[in-house]
Design a protein around this ligand. Structure first.
Ligand SMILES: [Zn+2]
Ligand SMILES: [Zn+2]
Ligand SMILES: [Zn+2]
Length: 960
């Protein structure tokens, strides 16, 4: 027997090739799958389905005729005398080789084949173990797996042929190429029709050029968006809400037709399609337009509703011909190295004017401009600047001010004012100036930090003012509101250029990681202009832009163009663009056309705008096509039956715009009513709540003395204050006039100014009513609730955030109102403490974090030795679900990962993460079930029930 006695073969599933006994498998869907779900059935065994292997490349670096002990590697040495990338000392390497029994007096060529193999093995292993090193990687190269020729499929899978070709051949095609293969594949008629349909939708969506085996991680965001749209289109959804975020990004106008068509089809199937778009064509087909604005940033936040009428293309704003000044540019010819589908050997670009590179998504614009032209310019030593949309840094610490290189000057200005108390480093939220509660991140558990109100700074820093502004004001104000005539004079250019580039709404403190692609592109442009302002004209540089107009409306585009004209005149500007408002202002056009096929001298159209017919700019008939497809649809039933079909009265009305957790329009209203009209349910004669700091300050007037409780922000979290925090705070105010009882709720410090009282009291200012110290009562004034009698502090400004489920979500269930939990009521014997094995049937005490428990006990926050029968309900819930309000950074740990903290995560979490260990026989997770969150009111933090409107809380409103 060829296979031996032990092997059983099922002849229904396997085939034999008798001459050499190779076993094949009968084709089934499983055989063609490389996915985990089908146990990687079709994978190549040699590479595990990846198709690639990392191999070392020694050909160039081994001196084959040098004796091994004389340093046979042609590799430079590091400072410490080791081979770069290998980390071997030359002597160490030769003694290692010797140990393996290889004669080191021989040359590489003089070795036996076995010895050579062994030697290469030693070098390869060393490289692979250092593969994360940049220098090592130059010797490693990825090669196709030889067993499967890079396909990742097993020989059994690849042995199955359709029309003489195996599955990997087909996967290497693009969707468009696959279409031409279909007829020869012998498919059933229905199947053929279905596939043809499918592939034509792919083509229409302008993703037909993408290789079928291309990893989805490598495609552009526009392509990804359209790929998802394909999914939605083919799956026949109805009754769904489908949200598209700028589907036109990266799309030439013509390619939008398919998307528009797809949207209309989705609508016809009774879906609700919501599209975020600037493109006027999309406005054209919509039933209702919500303009979010009116301005950007702080000037936004409102929605205006309108109902569009259909405009033919000729009437769209961009179509208006603009006079283009005749120029006689001098052309430079760039020598190019062809790449991917762009097979061009050279290209001419006009000097000192604006060139727009246009064409469909996937036609090769980025390849041509950002890769081929860019490297050609670099090689010929022409100064060239590439401003793409790659983010400068992912860290949240990178803000606009640091990016524009003005933050140092700002901090210097403040430290000058505060000298000698505070230094420059105190004005940095990454360094000494960081808010101690949120460590300078500005938020905690998704809501603005209750101590610094999101400013990221410790209170002391904010007491220093320049021109009446604190450093937070400077970072948070619209730059147009900063007076740049005096101390902030160094900001005047920044201010002018940000404004001109429609970036004034971006505050200097905004994290660069939160900017959109278009904003980032323009911010890079701003930096470029600021840095090179004086020398720009002389440099004769080439500036490359990647869709600078993305995200701008028509006013924004024309402003952008004015800036480019003003600052970049005299330079050669090459912009990849899709926006006709921009394109029609350019002087010269390079059009790569549709995505399909190779691009070469014959099919790329280049010339002055107006001189030639550019296929990508041919808009005639475009809107007629859209109108035709819009008209061909039946009027939808949903629209007709809608009770509130748009009436004239609602047209143009502004609504307060709210974050999105409320689906019902009605609820927006409830939230707004509450924030306007709420009153406090607790009647506390000694506390007054104010809507803003200014109102509060006015009410306090010249009152003296002013006091504050430096522990307010900690009291919000739990009635107890951790011992270490209490000690630190009392130490900080040592020597100040301090009215301290052992009760942290009543601790008070005399403030030197209103600012200090407000900032250090975290928004709550205390005033003695009568003589102080003495038997006087204390009155509290605050912008957030503080109730001494009931010991309640709300961590949030009620009129701003409290009634918004997104901003005031419970930190345990994150606003859902429910979470998954085990049936602890059945499992826990409340007579035994958590340290006692008898508390649960499976001895949960074995996996409890001992260090955390002792730390929480030391802080006086929780006594874990008490049996649950003696705990209050709140304490019991904390035992089960954690102590989210406090975690303590372990000494010497950077505080980056979870393990850097002592954090009581709750029995629920410890069971979940140790389920297998706690109960090896039974799967505890089958007991997990949804349970109402005991910490909140319908997802809101419980403090929300402190406010009422017409005698009802927001929770009861939302319930009704
Ligand atoms: Zn392989
Ligand atoms: Zn903070
Ligand atoms: Zn909750």
């Amino acid at each position: 027997m060829l296979l031996g006695d032990e092997v059983e073969l099922n002849f229904d599933e396997h085939y034999f090739y008798l001459p050499d006994g190779v076993v094949f498998r009968k084709p089934s869907a499983l055989l063609f799958s490389r996915s985990q779900a089908s146990s990687r059935s079709g994978c190549c065994k040699a590479c595990g389905g990846i198709g690639k292997k990392i191999a070392a490349d020694f050909d160039e670096i081994i001196k084959k005729n040098t004796p091994l002990h004389d340093g046979f590697l042609d590799v430079p040495l590091t400072k410490s005398g080791r081979y770069v990338g290998f980390k071997f000392l030359p002597t160490g390497l030769s003694s290692l080789i010797k140990k393996q029994g290889i004669d080191t007096s021989k040359t590489f060529n003089g070795l036996s084949a076995d010895a050579r193999e062994m030697l290469l093995g030693i070098l390869t292993n060393k490289l692979l173990s250092n593969h994360t090193d940049e220098n090592t990687r130059q010797y490693l190269k990825e090669t196709n797996c030889s067993a499967c020729e890079g396909s990742g499929y097993s020989y059994q899978t690849r042995a199955v042929l359709v029309n003489g070709k195996s599955i990997d051949y087909f996967l290497n095609l693009t969707a468009n190429e696959l279409r031409s293969e279909l007829s020869g594949m012998g498919l059933e008629k229905d199947e053929l029709a279905r596939l043809n349909d499918f592939l034509s939708v792919i083509d229409k969506l302008a993703i037909g050029h993408i290789g079928l085996n291309r990893p989805t991680s490598s495609i552009s965001s526009g392509e990804a968006q359209r790929l998802k749209l394909l999914d939605v289109l083919m799956s026949n959804h109805s009754g769904k809400i489908i949200v598209l975020d700028e589907p036109s990004a990266n799309l030439q106008y013509h390619d939008n037709l398919a998307i528009l068509d797809a949207i209309l089809k989705l609508k016809a199937r009774d879906n609700c399609v919501i599209v975020v778009e600037h493109n006027p064509l999309y406005h054209n087909i919509s039933d209702r337009i919500l303009h979010v604005g009116p301005g950007a940033g702080a000037e936004g936040g409102y929605v205006k509703e309108s109902f569009p009428t259909f405009l033919p293309t000729q009437q769209l704003a961009f179509h208006v011909k603009r006079p283009t000044a005749k120029v006689n540019a001098s052309f430079t010819t760039l020598t190019l190295k062809p790449k991917r589908n762009v097979r061009l050997e050279s290209i001419k670009i006009p000097g000192e004017c604006f060139t727009a590179v246009v064409g469909s998504s996937g036609a090769g614009k980025s390849t041509l401009v950002l890769e081929m032209m860019y490297s050609s310019l670099i090689e010929s030593k022409v100064p060239v600047v590439k401003l793409d949309s790659k983010p400068p840094g992912k860290s949240t610490a990178s803000i606009v001010a640091t990016y524009l290189e003005v933050f140092d000057d700002i901090r210097k200005e403040f430290s000058r004012e505060a000298t000698p108390y505070l230094t420059e480093s105190d004005f940095s939220f990454n360094a000494r100036g960081a808010c101690p509660v949120c460590n300078g991140s500005g938020n905690e558990g998704g809501k603005p930090c209750g101590v610094c109100f999101g400013s990221r700074y410790k209170p002391d820093v904010l007491l220093t003012k320049v021109e009446g502004l604190s450093i937070v004001d400077v970072l948070q104000l619209n730059i147009l509101d900063i007076n740049t005539s005096k101390a902030f004079g160094f900001l005047s250019n920044v201010r002018r250029i940000l404004d001109a580039l429609s970036l004034a709404h971006i505050t200097l403190g905004r994290a660069t990681s939160s900017l959109s692609g278009g904003e980032l592109q323009r911010l890079k442009l701003a930096k470029f202009i600021l840095r090179h302002k004086r020398t720009l004209g002389k440099e004769r540089a080439v500036v490359m832009l990647d869709e600078p107009s993305r995200g701008l409306d028509s006013t924004g585009v024309s402003q952008l163009y004015e800036v480019l004209l003003e600052y970049l005149a005299g330079l050669t500007v090459i912009a990849i663009e899709h926006n006709p408002e921009f394109i029609y202002r350019s002087t010269y056009i390079i059009d790569l056309g549709r995505a399909i096929g190779e691009k070469n001298q014959d099919n790329i159209v280049a010339g002055y705008l107006g001189d030639k017919d550019f296929p990508s700019l041919n808009y005639s008939l475009l809107s007629d096509e859209i109108k035709a497809s819009k008209d061909s649809l039946q009027p939808i039933a949903f629209n007709a039956a809608k009770p509130g079909v748009p009436d004239a009265a609602s047209e143009g009305r502004y609504f307060q715009f709210l974050p999105h957790l409320y689906i019902k329009q009605n609820n927006f209203d409830v939230e707004r009513q509450f924030s306007n009209r709420f009153s406090i349910q607790k009647n506390d004669g000694n506390f007054r709540l104010f809507k803003s700091r200014d109102e509060l300050q006015k009410a306090v007037g010249e009152a003296c003395p002013l006091l504050f409780n430096p522990l307010v922000s900690h009291l919000e979290k739990f009635p107890k204050v951790p011992v270490s925090v209490f000690k630190a705070v009392t130490a900080e105010y040592k020597g100040r006039e301090l009215y301290l009882s052992e009760d942290p709720w009543r601790m008070l410090v005399k403030a030197v100014s209103f600012d200090e009282a407000f900032l250090k009291g975290a928004g709550v200012v205390a005033l003695p009513n009568g003589d102080f110290p003495g038997p006087a009562t204390i009155n509290y004034y605050g912008i957030r609730l503080f109730n001494l009698a009931e010991r309640i502090v709300d961590g949030i400004q009620p009129d701003k955030y409290a009634f918004n489920l997104y901003r005031n979500a419970c930190i345990y269930c994150k606003g859902y109102g429910h979470f998954k939990s085990y049936p602890f009521e059945k499992w826990i014997d409340k007579r035994f403490s958590p340290f006692d094995a008898r508390m649960t049937p499976f001895g949960l005490n074995r996996v409890m974090p001992k260090a955390t428990i002792s730390h929480f006990a030391k802080e006086g926050l929780f006594d874990f030795s008490v049996p649950p029968s003696e705990l209050t309900d709140d304490e019991y819930n904390i035992l089960l679900y954690g102590f989210k309000a406090y975690k303590f950074q372990k000494p010497g740990k950077p505080g980056v990962v979870q393990d850097d903290f002592w954090e009581w995560r709750g029995l629920n979490s410890y069971v979940y993460h140790n389920a297998a260990k706690l109960s090896p026989r039974e799967d505890l997770n089958t007991h997990l079930g949804w349970r109402e969150c005991p910490f909140c009111a319908r997802g809101f933090k419980k403090t929300v029930t402190q406010y009422v409107c017409d005698g009802k809380t927001i929770v009861s409103f939302l319930d009704s």
